[in-house]
Design a protein around this ligand. Structure first.
Ligand SMILES: Nc1ncnc2c1ncn2[C@@H]1O[C@H](COP(=O)(O)OP(=O)(O)O)[C@@H](O)[C@H]1O
Ligand SMILES: Cc1ncc(COP(=O)(O)O)c(N)n1
Length: 270
């Protein structure tokens, strides 16, 4: 029997189930990894936007993390919405002390409608604390622009930004997600081997992309938990997310959620 792999997400919540912790757990389950979660912030949000955010006390985040680690040791860990400097400092200490656990840093900054999940003044702290520890960091265009303070309009810009994220900020690998640029849905993968890989998928003409970034990074986390090599993990995550967007559910009144079970249905019909 294949041994069970466990993945942990440390992130904020989305009560409508499309993004944040909820999207991560659905993705882990679909990719046959046992999912665990540590909550950082409880977010009153839906597909239309963010109404309010309640941050959990630092001691309580630490206690949740300790409760998981001492009992069911994760094979991979991702962070999503980490909104306060104190949270970043705690997680940098804790994640820095874990040996050989792949760490996927999704530098979440805002919801799909543009509402902030992370205030501007703490973004540089994220860049300096968590990003350098990452096995892979997964910014979208706006997040990459923020991390290295440069405008990104073209594929060439994405490649330059990827180089700077690796060589200046210190993550091992990066995938910059091009979902918000025009044309195909093109992402750029780059890392310590200094090779670029361009990941293309046809763009689905839809506004229902709430939670795509969370889903993508959670899928990478699942594959790394299974011990899959990093570029293979990113390719699988791209396919998983593309299927989830292509078969999005058309529910809610704003930027609707993706379909986390679409990849499974596609796979079983092939
Ligand atoms: N309309 C779309 N059609 C197909 N793929 C998409 C679309 N929008 C985003 N993607 C893909 O979904 C993944 C998540 O990207 P993106 O939506 O840019 O992240 P975020 O949610 O962090 O803004 C990337 O692989 C991106 O290329
Ligand atoms: C708690 C939380 N985390 C992240 C996102 C962004 O999601 P995405 O960029 O995947 O649409 C969100 N809306 N809420």
């Amino acid at each position: 029997m294949t041994p069970i792999k466990h993945a942990l997400t440390i992130a904020g919540t989305d009560p409508t189930g499309g993004a944040g912790i909820q999207a991560d757990l659905k993705t882990f389950q679909e990719l046959h990894v046992y999912g665990m979660s540590v909550l950082t912030s409880i977010v009153a949000q839906n597909t239309m936007g963010v109404k309010d955010i309640h941050h959990l006390p630092i001691d309580f985040i630490e206690l949740q993390l300790q409760s998981v680690i001492e009992d069911i040791y994760p094979h991979a860990i991702k962070t999503g919405m980490i909104a306060q400097k104190e949270m970043m400092a705690l997680l940098a200490t804790k994640l820095g002390s874990l040996q050989n656990v792949p760490y996927i840093c999704d530098p979440v900054m805002m919801a799909k409608n543009g509402d902030p999940l992370l205030e501007k003044d703490v973004r540089s702290f994220l860049r300096d604390t968590l990003v350098p520890l990452a096995t892979i960091v997964t910014p979208n265009i706006a997040e990459a622009e923020d991390l290295i303070d440069m405008k990104i309009d073209t594929l060439e810009d994405m490649k330059k930004a990827a180089e700077r994220i690796i060589h200046e900020l210190g993550a091992k690998y990066v995938v910059i997600k091009g979902g918000s640029l025009n044309g195909e849905a093109t992402d750029v993968f780059y890392g310590k081997s200094r090779e670029f890989h361009i990941l293309d998928a046809p763009r689905t003409d839809t506004k229902h992309t709430h939670g795509t970034g969370c889903t993508f990074s959670a899928a990478i986390t699942s594959e790394l938990a299974k011990g899959i090599p990093i570029f293979e993990a990113v390719k699988k995550a791209k396919q998983f997310t593309a299927a989830a967007i292509a078969h999005s559910l058309n529910i809610g009144h704003g930027y609707g959620p993706t379909n986390h079970w679409a990849y499974r249905l596609n796979a079983s019909s092939n």
